[in-house]
Design a protein around this ligand. Sequence first.
Ligand code: ADE
Length: 233
Amino acid sequence: MTKLGIIGAMQVEVEILLGRMENKTEKNIAGSTFYEGTLEGLPAVVVQCGVGKVNAAICAQILCDCFGVTHLVNTGIAGSLCAELDIGDLVVSRDAMYHDFDCNAFGYPSGKVPGMDVIAFPADETMMDYAFSAAESVNPGHTKVGRIASGDQFVAEKALKERIIALTHGLCTEMEGAAIAQTAYRNGIPFVILRAISDKADDSAEMDYPTFERIAAHRCAEVTCKLAKMLNE
Ligand code: ADE
């Protein structure tokens, strides 16, 4: 039976989902509240993990170990790395990699985690297809499928943005996706990351982010509900 684990970093990224959840019970583990119930009839657990890779990985592993989720989704907002992705547009992960992982000194390429057999963690094809259809139904003609570049950094500077693009060829940047992807990969659990653009990850990001955070996060949550519905059919 499918049980969907849904992770958002911030309150604004999970509040819509929590409002839509039925038969909700809650449990506190490692400082996070896990809400278990049904979303669009699908058994699901929603958690606000907090910002960054470690918070994200902790919650992803708890969802696997303590709740037995069969699928993972990371929903939220991101900075655009691609000229064609404007504020409010959507990104579905084909894969996810770190832009701030560096073991170059030992001969590993930037982004590669020693011991992992891939540099970018691949999303599940079926979840990608569902997420794309769901995104297209919410915002037609404004969804791209591609790489998510994650790191423990809010990107708000053109030079840094260009470095991340050159390294990862990602469509957008955020602070949790690849950590959830790596956790899913190590546990053999299918995942997808779904992000709405809140800023351009350049010198305008600090101004745009607070303006567009809520609308982008809520759009993404809307798509996540549709994805849950599709996984339940
Ligand atoms: N989340 C939303 N915008 C972001 C940015 N510019 N950098 C990192 N994470 C983000």
